[in-house]
Design a protein around this ligand. Structure first.
Ligand code: FAD
Ligand code: MLT
Ligand code: ZN
Length: 474
């Protein structure tokens, strides 16, 4: 259990009683109150299998009113609740630590409206990101975010984690794209901030409290989000590069040469790509290189855009910054290349236990931590892979070991966070703090900021029932 592994003690919440189950059944009916141990199990385990809780019940509301009734009841009885979307979170935030009630949004999956002129989409929080993207694409729009977990993650989970993803560089983060939302507070109060306006300065922008607060301040039930226009032309380049310095060089060139059409600039080192290709039996369209760069364009003129990207490749090769590469606008080929990049997250699980880090570091030092870690772990059986969103200064580091050991854990933490703090980076660039990092949050937040976070929590959830043990340190 993660509580034993990470040494956390249960707080004095109420303990679920048969009468509580009866109450939930009276609101939701028998089917939407899951208590069978084997049915509950998948909701207790996170995607990366680092954390496992001991919940006895999963509740599956279909409406905001049901959510409100559940929370009001739990608040009254001091029963702790763990909100859960698609359960693809990577920091243990989406699963209970002890016996918290799982509040799952799978059945709140209706699209409410789409304004095809403004691009404002309104939907329930349990809509799967890929389903939303398919829906808006048929209407010449796209979702403003895309990530490897799109087939399972929910828009409510994305909002609650302020998910970044593969095109943040172009379309910005969710604090910009989310137009409004509906949320339910811990005491059951429904907060209606579900506006679709781009501009609304009537006082505090309360929606931001729920974007990235990982289910600790309230539960998101509906989301209004701005969808950009579907690009008429998409091209993708996959390049082999000799050293990290050349990736930075290439990024600088991409911003000037590709300018307004640049939509993604991602990197992965040799270990990330070769292990993914090997473990998942994929194929790499180019040969073996120390580093790989993936550059995508979203524009409106296919000939112009693909010529621009091809020129970018040939100029890069002439100057020696790119060793080899391929450029394509064919959807199937683009999918194959994206699939390699998007599969890195899970490919390590085939080899063993994965310690995952997700940090922001100034670009100059972006890859330093990977090298430091390789040196630190050289006498251990550990593989260190680095990959990520160069355009956002966000690197992911996976340390793959045969199995979890306390010794390896203490070799990695807090060492990594200390190094990130020295570089004035963030210990969580996009995955959040969740259960895995509250005790390290001070490396990225000063005492006064942390106090304000605690004050907000106290004011919005005085009994602390929403996602306890997550985000905030004790
Ligand atoms: P969950 O995992 O279910 O929950 C995540 C957190 O949000 C938990 O704290 C949970 O309590 C809370 N939560 C969920 N729903 C609600 C709600 N309705 N109201 C209140 N709180 C709620 N993240 C990135 O930022 N960028 C990436 O590129 C990226 N790629 C990924 C690729 C893969 C293969 C995987 C497995 C994960 C990736 N992630 C990425 C991490 C993850 O944050 C996202 O997948 C996603 O945003 C989580 O959504 P979810 O619905 O699965 O939420
Ligand atoms: C990614 O960029 O692939 C995701 O954030 C998931 C990961 O860190 O592996
Ligand atoms: Zn990422």
């Amino acid at each position: 259990f993660s509580s034993e592994k990470y040494g956390v003690k249960r707080k004095s919440f109420g303990v679920l009683q048969p009468r509580d189950i009866d109450y939930f059944k009276s609101i939701l009916g028998e089917d939407r109150v899951v208590t069978d141990e084997s049915d509950v199990l998948p909701f207790n385990i996170d995607w990366i299998k680092n954390c496992r809780g001991q919940s006895k019940v999963v509740l599956k509301p279909k409406t905001t009113e049901e959510v409100s009734k559940i929370l009001s009841y739990c608040n009254g009885k001091r029963l702790a609740v763990c909100p859960q979307g698609g359960n693809t979170g990577l920091v243990g935030g989406s699963v209970p630590v002890f016996d918290e009630i799982v509040l799952n949004f799978n059945l709140m999956n209706k699209i409410i409206s789409l304004d095809e002129i403004s691009g404002a989409l309104v939907c329930e929080s349990g809509c799967v990101l890929e389903n939303l993207d398919d829906y808006v694409r048929e209407r010449n729009l796209i979702m403003p975010l895309d990530l490897g977990a799109k087939g399972s993650c929910h828009i409510g989970g994305n909002v609650s984690t302020n998910a970044g993803g593969l095109r943040l560089l172009r379309y910005g983060n969710l604090h910009g794209s989310v137009l409004g939302l509906e949320a339910v507070k811990a005491d059951g109060t429904v907060l209606d901030c579900l506006r679709t306006l781009k501009k609304d300065n009537t006082g505090y922008h309360l929606k931001h409290l729920f974007i990235g607060s990982e289910g600790t301040l309230g539960v998101v039930t509906k989301v209004a989000i701005h969808c950009p226009a579907l690009p008429k032309a998409v091209s993708l380049g996959f390049f082999g590069v000799e050293n990290f310095e050349n990736i930075l060089n290439l990024y600088k060139r991409a911003k000037t040469s590709l300018g307004e059409i640049l939509s993604a600039f991602e990197m992965a080192d040799n270990g990330s790509v070769s292990s993914t290709v090997k473990n998942l039996k994929l194929s790499n369209p180019i040969s073996d290189y120390p580093f790989y760069v993936l550059v995508e364009t979203h524009g409106s003129d296919e000939t112009h855009d693909s010529e621009k990207l091809s020129r970018f490749l040939s100029e890069g090769m002439e100057s020696g910054v790119i060793v080899d590469g391929t450029v394509t606008s064919e959807p199937a080929k683009m999918k194959t290349i994206w699939n390699i990049r998007e599969s890195i997250a899970g490919a390590g699980l085939v080899e063993g236990y994965s310690f995952k880090y997700d940090v922001s570091i100034p670009l100059r030092n972006y890859y330093d931590l990977v090298e430091l870690l390789r040196d630190r772990l050289k006498d251990h059986q550990a593989k260190v892979y680095g990959y990520g969103h160069v355009g956002d200064g966000n690197i992911h580091i996976n340390v793959i070991v045969p199995e979890y050991t306390k010794n390896m854990y203490s070799m990695l933490e807090p060492y990594i966070f200390e190094e990130v703090a020295k570089l004035k980076g963030s210990i969580s660039a996009e995955h959040g703090v969740g259960f895995r990092k509250p005790q390290f949050i001070h490396y990225s937040k000063d005492e006064s900021a942390l106090q304000l976070m605690k004050d907000l929590k106290k004011s919005m959830d005085p009994n602390g029932i929403l996602n306890p043990y997550k985000v905030l340190p004790d």
